[in-house]
Write a protein that binds this ligand. Structure first.
Ligand code: FEO
Ligand code: CA
Ligand code: CA
Ligand code: CA
Length: 721
């Protein structure tokens, strides 16, 4: 969702509960990284005219792509138009919009707020997305390029004053209590969808009657696995054994496991819950109160949608996570603890239950990326916690990789094997360009001795992970979003989207910028535009790393000594990097923005990058207020190494991206076009901020919708090259 820290009035994504005194490295040591050389290729290119949405794609051939050494398209200019802009020679086709039917017999989407049966339609706010291939017989395939499943997150909804307003005819109810019928729709628009897609000779289409189409919603049954499964923390009226949960919510980034399943992060789930102002008093447990506060849910805070107000039925009452009954088996005091996990889904098996993998910790999970699996070595996963001042995590499995598990007979059994037992770590960045992965377990003396919570078991650590990370002195980062592993060298990239709370007093080497940016005459402060940090490990299982800052996001005309440290130009400047995915086919690093800071000049965007490696730049010292801070910058950018590929419609964030195995079709999610529309204007299309994708010829009505687009090169070539 759009970063509301930059959007006055919208507080939902403004979670900022890390009050720990963890280090910010104010004293800078100035030690330098050892330097290595970077291989570079490609020539600069000028911003030129760009193609807009329309036309047909040429069929792709099946030739493999292979890693590329240079980008091969004309950079797309800034755009404030209500359209998707892609480079000349490319075509973007809208493929799958919110509300599209996923089952035979489900009515076409009218898009006027009257549509029902949301459990059999695409959800709202398309986010992370992954491709799972199918062969001509409909069996799983890693190589087939014209038929597959798209599995994706439906993170949230465009809302104002409680109501998800575009899905209700009149905008819905903005006061409590809210009508059950409205809430029932909203419970169904969140979650995950799986949809079959096919390319016929020229165009891609979804298949409405595919037996593999599926929705997971806030009401779908799920199972817990890993250390916290069956623990007292997860006991609810729904699951007195603490082994089951209902649904998933606010799913943001995604990943694809080495064994062929879909993984998804539960991110801003905290805001969906309510507990009344007396809840702390009734509980009389200061450490649980501290834990609720640390996870952003103070007693008395209003919930995002008021779902708890829908009536006495369990499906509404579960969103009141206060102590209301005689025991945890009789109320939902622990429902809050049943969210915040990495969830795993087998997209090929429509009957398999959603699995919540507690071993990977509980926080505001963005996505998961995996180090390239090596036979005989553990599986390693990298994860970010997206809130201001939160941390970066890594999980190392106990079990060693067996290459036969790349095609397992039972995919979720492989998930059990690699994701339920292992070691969870959190990152500490040192000023000298080194870093450490700190173990999160009661065996760590810092956790055993921690006064803020009683950590006795790994279940405690897996449910109250943020507090465990506080205990070991992890580094507070500028909102960690997606992680991605560079297939060329195994280095790990993490987008740090922005941080309005970063100040000159709290800058450190890894989060070195606090500055002022002007937007339409108003000051924006902090790390307004965000950056991308990257890590190099001798082995993914190592407890140490070296780091540098690959990219400082910035407006091109900002001061090059303090803000535009990566030498960005109009062809590649950006704000608020969020999605980051390396193409397995080409090695291109795709970067997507979730920006509220630069949107006076351009809508959100997708850029393509050819990154080098940790240490390819130089240490630089910059001013933050009257303080000097030394950081380790990657090599400055040129349009040859980073250039804009796409700009989205008005009000939209560019979220997930995935591709066919040949790299000749990429699927990109466009989230919340028109999100700055007022609820009062819901029936007046002339007042919508956006009418996309209807204005691109897709579907009925004029209300803006989130949607998946597919982009192909008109000559059938590999995208980005
Ligand atoms: Fe849902 Fe952190 O973006
Ligand atoms: Ca600005
Ligand atoms: Ca995101
Ligand atoms: Ca974001």
């Amino acid at each position: 969702m759009t970063d509301s820290t930059q959007r006055p009035g919208a507080l939902f994504n403004d979670e900022d509960s890390n009050r720990s005194a963890n280090p910010t490295f104010e004293s800078v040591l100035g030690a330098r990284l050892s330097r290595r050389h970077l291989l570079r290729g490609g020539a600069g290119a000028a911003v030129a005219g760009s193609a807009v949405l329309g036309g047909c794609a040429t069929p792709a051939t099946d030739a493999p792509a292979g890693p590329v050494t240079q980008l091969g398209f004309t950079p797309v200019a800034h755009s404030l138009a209500d359209t998707v802009v892609v480079p000349p020679g490319y075509t973007a086709q809208v493929l799958y919009g919110g509300g599209d039917p996923l089952k035979a017999g489900v009515a076409a989407f009218k898009n006027d707020g009257s549509d029902a049966d949301w459990g059999n339609r695409a959800g709202d706010h398309h986010d992370g997305i992954e491709w799972f291939g199918l062969d001509a017989q409909g069996k799983p395939s890693d190589s087939f390029t014209s038929r597959g499943l798209l599995a994706m997150n439906h993170e949230a909804t465009t809302d104002e004053k409680l109501s998800s307003f575009f899905i209700h005819a009149n905008g819905g109810t903005a006061t409590l209590p809210r009508p059950a019928a409205e809430i029932d729709k909203e419970l169904m628009i969140h979650g995950i969808s799986v949809v079959e897609v096919r390319r016929d000779s020229r165009r891609w289409a979804t298949r409405q009657d595919s037996p593999l189409n599926r929705r997971i919603t806030t009401m779908s049954e799920a199972v817990f696995t890993g250390p916290a499964a069956g623990s007292a923390h997860l006991v609810t009226r729904f699951s007195p054994t603490g082994t089951k949960a209902r649904g998933t919510v606010n799913n943001c980034g995604t990943g694809r496991t080495p064994w062929g399943t879909f993984v998804s992060g539960e991110e801003n789930w905290f805001g969906y819950f309510f507990r009344d102002a007396q809840d702390d008093t009734r509980r009389n447990d200061p450490k649980i109160t501290a834990a609720f506060n640390r996870y952003g849910r103070r007693a008395g805070a209003a919930s995002r949608h008021g779902w708890e107000s829908g009536g006495s039925d369990d499906r509404f009452q579960r969103w009141n996570t206060g102590l209301t009954g005689a025991s945890a088996r009789e109320d939902y005091r622990n429902e809050f603890h049943t969210f915040g996990y990495i969830v795993e889904l087998d997209p090929y098996n429509p009957n398999a239950l959603l699995t919540k993998r507690t071993a990977l910790g509980r926080f505001a999970h963005e996505n998961v990326s995996f180090a390239k699996p090596v036979a005989g070595q553990p599986i390693v996963a990298y994860m970010g916690c997206d809130a201001r001042g939160e941390y970066i995590y890594k999980f190392v499995s106990t079990e060693k990789w067996d290459a036969a598990d790349a095609q397992p007979r039972n995919r979720l059994a492989a998930g059990d094997k690699y994701l339920d037992s292992g070691t969870l770590y959190v990152a500490r960045f040192n000023a000298d360009g080194s870093g450490e992965w700190l173990e999160l377990s009661p065996k760590n003396p810092a956790i055993a001795a921690y006064k803020g919570f009683d950590f006795k078991t790994q279940a405690d650590v897996c449910v109250f992970t943020r507090l465990a990370a506080d205990a070991v002195g992890a580094t507070k980062m500028d909102r960690p979003e997606w992680t991605g592993v560079n297939p060329k060298n195994g280095e790990v990239y993490i987008t740090l989207t922005n941080n309005s709370a970063r100040t000159a007093a709290t800058v450190d080497a890894a989060n070195p910028r606090a500055y002022t940016d002007m937007k339409a005459g108003k000051e924006q402060k902090g790390n307004v535009h965000g950056h991308i940090v990257r890590l190099a490990e001798a082995q993914p299982t190592e407890a140490k790393f070296r780091w540098d800052i690959y990219l400082f996001a910035s407006e091109a005309d900002a001061d090059k000594a303090t803000v535009n440290l990566s030498n960005l130009s109009p062809e590649n400047d950006l704000s608020s990097p969020d999605g980051l995915v390396f193409s397995p086919a080409t090695g291109i690093c795709w970067i997507q923005t979730d920006d509220g800071a630069y949107t006076d000049k351009t809508n959100c965007m997708l850029l393509a990058a050819m990154p080098g490696r940790v240490g390819d730049g130089a240490s630089v010292t910059l001013k933050a207020g009257d303080k000097d801070v030394t950081t380790h910058a990657g090599k400055p950018q040129t349009p040859a190494t980073l250039r804009r590929f796409l700009v989205g419609p008005k009000g939209a964030e560019i979220t997930g991206i995935t591709e066919t195995p040949d790299g000749r079709a990429i699927f990109v999610n466009i989230q919340h076009a028109g999100e700055n529309t007022k609820m009062a204007d819901v029936t007046d299309p002339t007042k919508y901020e956006s009418q996309w994708p209807a204005n691109a010829g897709y579907g009925a009505g004029k209300r803006p919708r989130s949607a998946t687009i597919v982009i192909t090169k008109n000559d059938g070539g590999v995208v980005g090259t």
